[in-house]
Write a protein that binds this ligand. Structure first.
Ligand SMILES: [Zn+2]
Ligand SMILES: [Zn+2]
Ligand SMILES: [Zn+2]
Length: 155
């Protein structure tokens, strides 16, 4: 996932200068766990008393998104969030409770895309698929809370 080194390497490979601002944004992203919003990075920078403008953070996120090392997600609620990614094709399963993101490589979507191409006559070039749900940890917490609830009523 998104280590500072892999983010910086992607910038370097694509011929972008490793400015102080870009290094800082890479640092902020690497300090995050799971998905995050631009506002999260602004808040992190402020909390760490590091000087960087909101617009600079947005520009750096756009650039990293373009390079495929950060992916922009549209959440069911209409918000946008980001997640660090490997620049290879994959999908995400996202926990709606804690924001944890798990990458899934094969999804069987290739066959679906081929079928859509066949029916529609389009040449389908790419697809995106994001799945939302509750992660095993959050499910486990639910179960533990239920067990701790005591007073088991007989059916
Ligand atoms: Zn990813
Ligand atoms: Zn979770
Ligand atoms: Zn796929």
């Amino acid at each position: 996932m998104g280590t500072v080194a892999s983010l910086l390497a992607a910038l370097d490979r694509s011929g972008h200068r490793l400015t102080g601002a870009r290094r800082l944004v890479a640092d902020l992203i690497a300090g995050r766990d799971g998905l995050f919003t631009a506002a999260d990075l602004v808040a992190d920078a402020r909390a760490q008393r590091r000087r960087i403008g909101r617009a600079t953070i947005f520009r750096s996120l756009d650039l990293l998104t373009e390079l495929g090392v950060v992916e922009r997600l549209d959440l069911p609620g209409g918000e946008h969030a980001y997640v660090p990614c490997e620049p290879v094709h994959h999908h995400h399963v996202i926990c709606l409770r804690c924001g944890r993101v798990t990458e899934v490589e094969d999804c069987g979507m290739g066959a679906v895309a081929r079928e859509v191409a066949r029916r529609s006559g389009y040449r389908v070039e790419r697809h995106r698929l994001e799945l939302f749900g509750v992660c095993p940890d959050c499910l486990g917490a639910d179960a533990a809370a239920r067990d701790a609830g005591g007073s088991r009523r007989a059916p």
